[in-house]
Design a protein around this ligand. Structure first.
Ligand code: ATP
Length: 305
């Protein structure tokens, strides 16, 4: 999903427009990323999320330039109301493609399966309503050269100061902000206080808390964070996913140990599924990945010691 969000950077000409229209995160993605050639059907209805049950039903998809090789193949899974599903798999295994399909950046054709939210095929609803019900915490969040309050607040058009502060607290960012020279009115970004990767991610979490969407997509940062930051972010994310149907692209297996279900992808297909402990017992691909993960952790600790 990083590919979806990185082009947000350096698009200065859009900045004024974005400021004026105070668009939300999903709108940003919609506006600035890969050209969306998906069209709403005439008379398409708005999605009204009741439970937020997400269902991938035999989904297969190939990018046009890949000579028919499937990026995802026969993928089926359900995220029940309020549950947390994580996708793991090596680079190129299809994790981001699943996210893009959920956002409907591409439409599935006849015979490529269906994606349903609360039983509604997402091809039959408006893209705007679909994306406004999904909150995103991307790998790299974009900061505007504006106050920290603005940067958090554009998750919700009419957010009050109290709401912004509550969101910052929920995202484990409030205390840090209180150390800024002008606290919530401190400029951040290029000309102001520079935020670390972990802090930027917490800004994204705060924005999403403010927006309060029923469905969440989390694209975990690949870059390693220090242990304290990692713990703070994990706490903030655990709070964020509570009660929302969530899908995480996981890069560090330890962060998704509590997911309700982990899907292991290989060459676009789900090869294993289950909870962390169930997958370890299978002694298959996930168990191998976990053993590798533990080894890397141990080596890192040994180097630090
Ligand atoms: P990573 O962890 O590196 O982000 P991923 O598991 O998210 O990888 P995808 O980005 O979904 O994997 O890619 C699945 C397959 O589709 C890969 O073979 C990739 O090369 C291909 N692919 C991804 N995006 C495109 C695109 N825009 N056009 C053509 N092929 C693509």
């Amino acid at each position: 999903l990083g590919q979806l969000t990185n082009p947000l950077l350096g698009l200065g000409h859009m900045y004024q427009f974005l400021r004026e229209s105070l668009v939300d995160t999903e709108k940003l993605i919609e506006l600035l990323n890969e050209p969306v050639d998906v069209q709403d059907k005439p008379g398409a209805e708005d999605l009204v999320v009741k439970d937020g049950v997400i269902q991938f039903e035999n989904v297969s998809f190939s990018y046009n330039d890949r000579k028919g090789r499937a990026a995802v193949l026969n993928v089926s899974f359900i995220i029940p109301k309020g549950k947390h599903v994580a996708l793991v798999g090596e680079s190129g295994s299809g994790k981001s493609t699943i996210m893009r399909l959920l956002f409907r950046f591409y439409d599935l054709k006849e015979g490529e399966g269906r994606i349903l939210i609360d039983g509604k095929d997402i091809r039959d609803i408006t893209q705007k309503s679909l994306r406004s019900n999904i909150g995103v915490v991307p790998q790299d969040s974009v900061l505007f050269n504006e106050t920290i309050a603005f940067n958090i607040g554009y998750g919700k058009f009419d957010a009050t100061e109290e709401e912004i502060e509550a969101a910052a607290c929920g995202a484990q960012l409030h205390e840090r902000i209180m150390y800024f020279p002008d606290q919530y009115q401190t400029e951040v970004g290029e000309r102001g206080v520079k935020l670390s990767g972990g802090e930027k991610q917490r800004v994204a979490i705060a924005r999403t808390l403010l927006k309060d969407p029923p469905i969440l997509v989390l694209d975990e940062a690949t870059s390693a964070l220090d242990t304290t930051t990692e713990k703070e972010i994990q706490k903030a994310l655990n709070d964020l996913v509570k009660g929302r149907s969530s899908l995480t692209i996981a890069h560090r297996l330890s962060t998704i140990a509590n997911a309700d279900m982990i899907l292991v992808l290989k060459d676009g297909q789900i090869v294993e599924r289950g909870s962390h402990s169930e997958l370890l017992k299978m002694n298959g691909t996930f168990a191998e990945m976990w053993a590798e993960h533990i080894k890397v952790e141990e080596d890192t600790h040994a180097l630090k010691a």
